[in-house]
Design a protein around this ligand. Structure first.
Ligand SMILES: Cc1cc2nc3c(=O)[nH]c(=O)nc-3n(C[C@H](O)[C@H](O)[C@H](O)COP(=O)(O)OP(=O)(O)OC[C@H]3O[C@@H](n4cnc5c(N)ncnc54)[C@H](O)[C@@H]3O)c2cc1C
Ligand SMILES: *[C@@H]1O[C@H](CO)[C@@H](O)[C@H](O)[C@H]1NC(C)=O
Ligand SMILES: *[C@@H]1O[C@H](CO)[C@@H](O)[C@H](O)[C@H]1NC(C)=O
Ligand SMILES: *[C@@H]1O[C@H](CO)[C@@H](O)[C@H](O)[C@H]1NC(C)=O
Ligand SMILES: *[C@@H]1O[C@H](CO)[C@@H](O)[C@H](O)[C@H]1NC(C)=O
Ligand SMILES: *[C@@H]1O[C@H](CO)[C@@H](O)[C@H](O)[C@H]1NC(C)=O
Ligand SMILES: *[C@@H]1O[C@H](CO)[C@@H](O)[C@H](O)[C@H]1NC(C)=O
Ligand SMILES: *[C@H]1O[C@@H](CO)[C@H](O)[C@@H](O)[C@@H]1NC(C)=O
Length: 607
């Protein structure tokens, strides 16, 4: 027994070391120094690697990525699904533990409307970007949200039916393995026609071979209406076990790097040249405001990557607007305040920051959660055998149960007429709230799990902004999250709080709930107290978006057109979550991949 365990671990360790040292040789690495390519992509993240890989089929492509390889720099934290839900980079308080090898260490400006707090906002700084540190939930937006996208940008190719081929092109779905899945009571529902595995989409999407028992109970409270088709067919209503970006072959995280670099490389010699640990400092322009290349610094050496066709900016929601401003594209007042010559006065750069926030209500439950199965070295050894020997067990899973709804009528009675009207302007199929219900080991002999039911605001009316404090790339972007600056958001979250308390009270879980509420506790009862609790405790779910919004015209705040091309200059696009004109309801990574596929296709077709 001991011997075989040692062998399992030994084999895993050997494999791990081998993977780490072989990684750098697995793709073409850029050598610092002036060079010329058809396309230069800034940011090897979620969107950046997807678009670079597709373009490299018929063009030379360079990717400039500030981070290194997460397989080396973050190891199991970024590879083993379970760690993806508990790793330190997810801390949101100002005194978070820094993880500089994989995170940008961004901390927001104080948020006066949310208790004056500063928030650590994780953003992947590694090849793969935020797809290498996210919590892996995979789903898509709604038909109504896509219609709104199409209407807002004046391009009917953004309706759900027209983007569906790009969702399909980016991802492969593996159905659940019911023989290995430990919980027959956690029925998976999905619509196979929402995927097309013959396209061999690089991102792997699957359901893990492990269900958290505590979540299987909490699911009963938050998912009274099960979703018939899962969340990838254009509806988000009711609850479902969400699929995750996990490769079912070995239960490892699937990222833009593992999908669009490692997998595609195996099929084709055409791969981008990747400059690791290299930071772009600005986009360079020639005459007629044509983007000609990118200034890059690698370990102190500064050089120019010339773009013969286009520069594509995919540095993410905070750094794409920063780089535009440093390059002379942004609000003229911000540029002149930082002595940056104006190339294009685009007032919308950095504005229109959408951010979804959530709060938790905690109670005791008597069913153990996943963490309880890993709380002793002996249990961890069993779980390691399940994971490495059988691709199963607690380490193999990150997935959970999600549910979505517009708040029921009984919770809307307190809304001001203004709030009610603002909410009525969202599409009919756009959920206002998402519920997630994980559990954590309690460490108490009296009950096994601290259960958390959270509500995330998916219809926020507050907007933040991103700006700069200097003309230097070495200074981080200044992030004003703007949470709860619109009073409607407070009204909706207070109503959602009461809804969460009701869900906790549901008879479906009464048998496993023990004792009174732990957080915030019964003393928090009036609307004012509830709102104060939310201001003091709200957290980001890391879905910030829309700071370089796509739209019809720069006068109305748009930064790029519906092909991602930046207004007022030539041969420069932005392609990442910053250009989606609003936060789609729910989790964005599937939509970011779709967008990269869609724009790559447009570029390849000469549009
Ligand atoms: C902790 C966390 C959890 C999340 N959970 C989920 C989830 O469960 N499901 C889901 O759908 N979404 C989730 N998201 C959101 C989703 O992962 C992101 O919205 C998405 O990955 C963003 O993709 P992007 O291409 O816009 O940016 P990114 O993937 O962040 O890519 C930007 C890249 O640009 C690089 N870069 C930036 N500046 C420079 C520069 N100057 N020079 C060179 N390189 C630069 C960065 O290092 C990075 O690699 C989560 C995000 C986080 C951070
Ligand atoms: C690299 O290109 C820049 C800009 O074109 C130029 O100023 C510089 O001299 C070049 N460096 C080398 C080593 O050729
Ligand atoms: C579901 O099944 C698992 C495994 O048998 C069990 O631990 C869990 O309590 C069950 N959940 C519910 C809601 O019955
Ligand atoms: C491996 O999975 C099978 C089901 O496919 C299960 O019967 C077996 O018990 C598992 N083994 C371990 C060690 O978990
Ligand atoms: C936990 O159980 C112990 C022993 O039964 C008891 O003394 C204690 O009050 C309990 N604590 C809580 C928080 O219920
Ligand atoms: C950004 O938002 C902050 C806080 O809401 C506001 O004070 C500031 O004027 C805004 N800055 C810019 C550049 O828009
Ligand atoms: C929850 O149930 C308790 C006990 O039945 C009741 O007193 C309380 O009002 C309920 N709370 C909510 C929010 O439904
Ligand atoms: C991941 O790291 C390697 C090398 O340190 C260990 O051998 C593995 O046991 C570990 N995996 C898990 C699931 O913790």
């Amino acid at each position: 027994m001991k011997l075989s365990l040692a062998r399992v671990i030994g084999t895993a360790l050997y494999a791990f070391i081998n993977i780490a040292s072989a990684q750098e040789a697995r793709f073409r690495q850029g050598v610092p120094g002036n060079a010329s390519y058809d396309y230069v992509v800034i940011g090897g993240g979620t969107a950046g690697l997807a678009i670079a890989a597709r373009l490299s089929v018929s063009a030379s492509v360079a990717v400039v990525e500030a981070g290194g390889l997460y397989e080396q720099d973050n190891g199991n934290q970024s590879i083993v699904p379970w760690f993806g839900l508990i790793m330190p980079v997810l801390a949101t308080t100002e005194d978070y533990p820094p993880q500089p090898l994989v995170d940008w260490d961004l901390v927001s400006a104080p948020i006066p409307s949310a208790g004056g707090r500063r928030v650590h906002y994780a953003q992947g700084k590694t090849l793969g970007g935020s797809s290498a540190i996210n919590t892996m939930a995979y789903h898509r937006g709604t038909v109504g949200a896509h219609q709104r996208w199409a209407d807002l940008v004046g391009d009917s190719s953004y309706v759900f039916e027209k983007v569906l081929p790009y969702f399909k092109k980016s991802a492969t779905l593996t159905p659940p393995n019911l023989a290995k899945r430990n919980a027959p009571n956690a029925t998976v529902r999905y619509d196979p026609s929402a995927f097309d595995n013959s396209l061999r989409g690089p991102v792997q999407v699957s359901w893990a071979n492990w269900v958290d028992p505590a979540q299987s109970w909490l699911a009963r409270a938050i998912g009274q209406i099960p979703s018939a088709e899962g969340f990838s067919s254009g509806t988000l209503n009711g609850g479902a076990w969400v699929p995750t970006t996990i490769d079912p072959k070995d239960a490892t995280r699937s990222t833009s790097k593992s999908g669009y670099v490692d997998r595609l490389r195996e099929k084709s010699k055409a791969t981008p040249v990747i400059y690791l640990r290299s930071q772009a400092s600005k986009v360079l322009f020639g005459k007629d405001k044509v983007a000609t290349g990118v200034a890059v610094t690698t370990e102190g050496q500064t050089y120019v990557l010339t773009a013969k066709k286009e520069v594509i900016l995919s540095a993410g929601v905070f750094h794409s607007p920063q780089l535009l401003m440093l390059s002379g594209i942004g609000p003229a007042s911000t540029l002149s305040a930082n002595a940056i010559p104006v190339v294009a006065n685009l007032p919308g750069v950095g504005q229109n920051l959408w951010d979804q926030i959530f709060f938790n209500v905690l109670r005791r439950i008597t069913v153990p959660s996943t963490g309880a199965y890993l709380s002793t070295p002996a249990q961890q050894n069993v779980a390691l055998q399940q994971y490495y020997g059988n691709v199963s067990g607690p380490y193999s899973s990150a997935g959970g149960y999600l549910s979505f709804e517009k708040l029921p009528a009984s919770f809307r009675k307190g809304f001001s007429p203004r709030t009610a009207k603002a909410l009525s302007e969202f599409p009919a199929d756009w959920p206002e709230i998402e519920y997630i219900a994980p559990g954590f080991p309690s460490g108490s002999p009296n009950f096994s799990t601290i259960g958390s039911v959270s509500a995330t605001l998916l219809a926020p009316l507050s907007r933040g902004n991103v700006t700069i404090s200097s003309a230097s790339i070495l200074d981080p972007p200044v992030i004003n999250l703007g949470w709860l600056t619109d009073p409607a958001d407070g009204e909706v979250l207070v109503a959602a709080f009461k809804r969460v308390r009701e869900l906790w009270n549901s008879s479906a879980i009464a048998g496993v709930v023990a004792g009174p509420e732990i957080v915030p506790g019964a003393a928090v009862n009036t609307d004012a107290d509830i709102l104060n609790f939310i201001k003091q405790s709200a957290q980001p779910i890391w879905h910030a978006s829309s700071t370089c919004a796509m739209g019809k015209s720069p006068e109305k705040g748009a930064v790029v057109d519906s092909k991602g091309s930046v207004f007022g200059v030539k041969r420069l696009r932005v392609v990442d979550n910053s250009v989606i004109p609003f936060s789609l309801p729910g989790h964005p990574q599937a939509s970011v991949y779709m967008l990269a596929e869609k724009i790559a296709d447009a570029i390849l077709k000469g549009r």
